[in-house]
Design a protein around this ligand. Structure first.
Ligand SMILES: O=C(O)Cc1cc(O)ccc1O
Ligand SMILES: [Fe+2]
Length: 451
């Protein structure tokens, strides 16, 4: 029997591009959703017998005793323990996990890559994941990895979950469908998705080939940053984050489930689709967010604020204010500062900064940092605008100016990032990147006048 049901109870073809998934708004909300009427128990979590003969199962994303527990109660056709037969080691050699510090790779430096090209071989979400950097240590649940995915093929009767991490997905090209245990999310460039640790899903290609960036967060979950004196509005607003409505498959076909666990991959064979949750309630769920709804706040008279002003999501570390990861967005905005050097200032930072270009041109690097490309300015390594950006910024007339056609982001972490062998040797690294600063001229001549 093959069926996928949505909230309305109507049979939907959730595996085809024609269907529009349903969503519920609100970051961190306590949601409830059922794909069949009456499937969700009311007033309690564990009735003696659940309607429709479903099994109750809790998915805990935090310790039970966390100050703000995140968990979801699932009502499913089979408990997921039934989804795990014996595990066998699987190899995904290009998906690396921290600590991974290759001996012959130098991570000290300023690095920039052209977009990874698509090849001739078909790739899925799993085989198409290429790790560029790793930071921290998965065994202590700290740090992150950055990846680029190249996906041409849908996963067929194949499912995945990461016990190691939450995944933040930033598409740059193509459209993907994430069919998850808790519902369906469609994702296009200029949107992001968060896939929680432990959630089972399959990824289908709606419009390929697809390329994008992934931040794999080994630590505490991403949350909305406190806005401080900015108040209750602007930046990312909770209601623009959307969780999917329940959708399930009752499909008995031989299937493979791959699990990422402490950096290793294991497979198990199961006899059915594991996407068999008919109803759920809770606050631990996948979400999508449209980056065009991000409302940037900035300097309205003079100077250039720290990029933390553009934080969309932050994954805290044990040290308040020092994130395991900040996800920062540089999007279209007005520049109005008077008597100000408007692009990012030159700087060194204890945090390490990995950037990706989603589309357009980034103000500090008018050339060379192209859509699909990535750059890394690692811990305490100097960087800033290239010569062209410096000259333009110091000579242009400072009327109100709109930065248009621009969307880049940063994964900023408190941990140094280590390049993988793939990033150092196989990815299209720009050997001449640091030359973008060599032509910066000495302007100093001992006199105080403007240069
Ligand atoms: O290095 C970069 O381009 C990112 C960045 C942007 C900014 O506006 C201020 C600081 C910073 O690190
Ligand atoms: Fe920077």
């Amino acid at each position: 029997m093959t069926q996928t049901k949505g909230l309305s109870g109507l049979t939907q073809a959730a595996t085809t591009s024609g269907t529009t998934p349903g969503y519920m708004p609100g970051f961190g909300n306590d949601f409830e959703t059922e794909a069949l009427p009456g499937a969700l128990p009311q007033g309690m979590n564990s009735p003696q017998r659940v309607n429709y003969g479903l099994y109750a199962e809790q998915l805990s994303g935090t310790a039970f005793t966390d100050e703000r527990p995140e968990r979801t109660w699932c009502y499913r056709i089979r408990p997921s323990v039934k989804h795990s037969a014996r595990y066998a080691r699987a190899e995904l050699p290009l998906w690396k996990t921290a600590p991974h510090i290759p001996e012959d790779v130098i991570s000290l430096g300023q690095y920039r890559w052209d977009p990874l090209p698509h090849g001739d071989v078909g790739l899925t979400w799993l085989t198409g994941m290429r790790t560029m950097t790793t930071a921290g240590d998965v065994n202590t649940q700290t740090g992150m990895a950055s990846h680029i995915y190249l996906v041409t093929d849908s996963m067929v009767d194949s499912y995945f979950y990461s016990a190691d991490s939450e995944l933040l997905v930033v598409p740059q090209e193509g459209r993907l469908r994430f069919c998850t245990e808790l519902g369906v999310i469609d994702l296009a460039p200029q949107e992001i998705a968060i896939l929680p640790r432990g959630l089972v899903y399959r990824v289908e290609v709606l419009d390929g080939p697809a390329r994008g960036f992934v931040c794999e967060n080994y630590g505490q979950k991403f949350e909305l940053p406190g806005r401080g004196p900015i108040g209750a509005n602007c930046m990312a607003n909770p209601r623009d984050f959307k969780a999917p409505v329940a959708a399930f498959e009752d499909r008995e076909v031989p299937s493979t489930l791959t699990i990422k666990w402490c950096g290793q991959f294991h497979e198990t064979q199961i006899a059915q689709s594991p996407l068999d949750i008919v109803a759920w309630h809770g606050n631990y769920a996948p979400m999508k967010y449209d980056l065009k709804t991000y409302c940037p706040v900035g300097a309205v008279l003079f100077d250039h604020p720290d990029p933390s002003i553009f934080t969309v999501l932050t994954a805290p570390s044990s040290h308040p204010g020092t994130a395991n990861i900040d996800f920062v967005l540089f999007r279209e905005r007005w520049l109005v500062s008077e008597n100000t050097f408007r692009p990012p200032w030159y700087h060194k930072n204890v945090m390490s900064e990995l950037m990706g270009n989603i589309y357009g041109q980034y103000d500090a690097k008018p050339q060379g940092f192209v859509p699909g490309g990535m750059s890394l300015h690692n811990m305490m390594l100097p960087h800033g605008p290239d010569r062209e950006a410096f000259e333009a910024a110091t000579t242009s007339n400072l009327g109100p100016a709109k930065l248009e056609n621009t969307m880049s982001f940063m994964f900023e972490t408190r941990f140094p990032q280590h390049l993988t062998e793939f990033a150092a040797n196989e990815a299209p690294l720009q050997d001449d990147y640091i030359d973008c600063w060599t032509s910066l001229e000495k302007k100093f001549d001992g006199t105080a006048g403007e240069k």
